[in-house]
Design a protein around this ligand. Structure first.
Ligand code: PLP
Length: 494
């Protein structure tokens, strides 16, 4: 049976998964969802006995039914090959009496690679026969931009343009982007902050004249945002595979429930855990861990989503978010597909910054979701104690999750903490958490000191940046961004 998708805000227009992946966001501003989610369950015994690639094929085959089996197989093989530095792709390792699911073995050392190594391949297959070129345009506060560049570099029929706020990303994040290779990539710093970059990118997407000029030469603009179905679905695989690894290690018996603790920003990662549960994975609780921007903790505790608060810059920057877009999909499923109510809450959020869910919906949410938050001080203390007690080095995002997990009473189930970035990606903050005064030290000095202190090796992808040539020195003003995108389209698709 073909799985079809429609907007969370209206079920009138139905699209295939290929169309949903090419379009990204639904025309009415909603997110693509499928009413068939959960109708087909995965075979747990089969999942528990097979490897990551086979499970990825099963998951994608179940949720993206208009892709042929051979298309899915080649996407999976290409996305999770030697570009990951672990044959297990996302290895599960002990964390004291809990478990760490290492999602950072991809080319950019952050969990976004799991989805962004796959999305370009899914898009490339979906665009076949349409003859259109796709230019991905992304504003980034650090991690997403690099993962998108690495994912789309040299993928036929696509290009990728990334804008980052000049001087406001870490030394290492800056070099990761400025040294990006690939004939179809464009990178520029902008004079302004992340919000300025994001606002301009939205204007570029809404610019009808630019759109018409690009369409005339066969190019469409698209985004690699985490609301894309093609980013969400690949993330379901590692929940299934983590379960398989627990069974194989003898840590659980087939059928036993497991809790997952997830450092959360845009709610994409943890939502994939909910999808895994709907597909039949025995999930106990999904623990939503936030940093000081704890909109989600307050929401799950009180039922009121309230973004009317100051945005706080933390040492877990990829979770610094006040509007968790993917939550909209969960609301859809928790109301049994009530588009009207979802649309009304989202309208309230955009007009007033706040909405409140009724008790019955919150009851359903709390059946699966628990929550908690960690301040920067909590985060640093967790990095230090996990290192001192267990000899394991974790990054600040992972530490937010571990801190929240440790504070909760264990409910007697095995717990998996999702580890979303390699600690060396945030060398300075990790080193400082271990007690070193990092004043005056650049990113590489921190990397060296951390390596010397812990004996944990820095990943080659990051260490190699020291000698990599800067290929993208451009810095532009905000009003030059549109022209930069158009020039990139002309150059890449000439
Ligand atoms: C993006 C990101 C997160 C948050 O994931 P969401 O899917 O946005 O909830 C957490 N940690 C790291 C390192 C990230 O890059």
């Amino acid at each position: 049976m073909e799985t079809l998708y429609h907007s969370t805000r209206s079920a009138n227009e139905v699209v295939t998964s290929k169309q949903a992946i090419l379009t990204g966001i639904a025309p009415d501003g909603g997110l693509y969802v499928s009413d068939q989610l959960g109708e087909t369950k995965v075979d747990l015994a089969r999942i528990a006995s097979q490897d990551y690639h086979a499970t990825a094929r099963d998951v994608l085959g179940t949720l993206l039914t208009d892709y042929a089996a051979d298309e899915i197989a080649s996407c999976v093989a290409g996305a999770y090959g030697s570009n990951f530095d672990s044959p297990a792709v996302t290895p599960l390792t002990p964390l004291g009496t809990d478990w760490l699911l290492e999602l950072y073995h991809g080319p950019t050392c952050a969990f976004k690679d799991v989805a962004l190594q796959m999305l370009p391949r899914l898009m490339s297959v979906a665009r076949e026969g349409r003859g259109q070129n796709i230019m991905i345009v992304t504003a980034t506060s650090g991690d997403t931009g690099k993962a998108a560049l690495e994912g789309f570099a040299d993928v036929p029929g696509t290009g990728v343009t990334v804008f980052y706020p000049d001087g406001k990303v870490s030394d290492i994040q800056h070099l990761q982007m400025a040294c990006q290779r690939g004939a179809n990539v464009a990178v520029a710093g902008i004079r302004g902050n992340f919000d300025d970059a994001q606002t301009q990118v939205k204007r570029i997407f809404a610019d009808a004249e630019l759109g018409a000029r690009l369409a005339a030469s066969g190019t469409v603009l698209s985004s690699a945002n985490s609301i894309n179905v093609g980013r969400l679905v690949p993330q379901v695989t590692y929940y299934m595979d983590a379960y398989a690894q627990l069974v194989k290690r003898g840590a659980i018996k087939l059928g036993e429930s497991v809790d997952f603790c997830v450092p959360t920003g845009n709610f994409g990662d943890v939502l994939a855990g909910y999808y895994a549960k709907e597909l039949g994975l025995p999930v106990g609780k999904l623990i939503v861990a936030s940093n000081t921007n704890k909109v989600l903790t307050d929401f799950i505790e009180t039922g009121t989503y309230d973004r009317r608060r100051d945005f706080v810059k933390t040492i877990s920057p990829s979770m610094d978010i006040l509007i968790s877009s993917n939550l909209e999909r969960l609301l859809y499923y928790l109301t049994d597909g009530d588009c009207e109510r979802v649309a009304a809450w989202m309208a309230e959020l955009s007009q007033t910054g706040v909405y409140t869910l009724p008790a019955d919906v919150m009851f359903r949410m709390r059946e699966t979701f628990a929550c908690g938050f960690a301040t920067d001080d909590d985060t640093r203390a967790t990095i230090a104690s996990v290192w001192e007690d267990l000899g394991i080095l974790i990054d600040p995002h992972t530490a937010v999750g571990a801190c929240v997990a440790y504070r909760r009473e264990s409910e007697g189930r095995q717990r998996v903490c999702l580890s979303t970035a390699n600690p060396y990606k945030f060398s300075a903050d990790v080193l400082a958490a271990l007690g070193t005064d990092t004043t005056g030290m650049d990113g590489f000095a921190c990397m060296d000191a951390l390596q010397e202190m812990t004996g944990v090796e820095a990943p080659a992808q990051l260490a190699g940046l020291r000698t990599a040539p800067v290929l993208h020195p451009d810095v532009c003003d905000q009003d030059e961004m549109s022209g930069f995108v158009e020039a990139a389209c002309q150059r890449v698709f000439a």
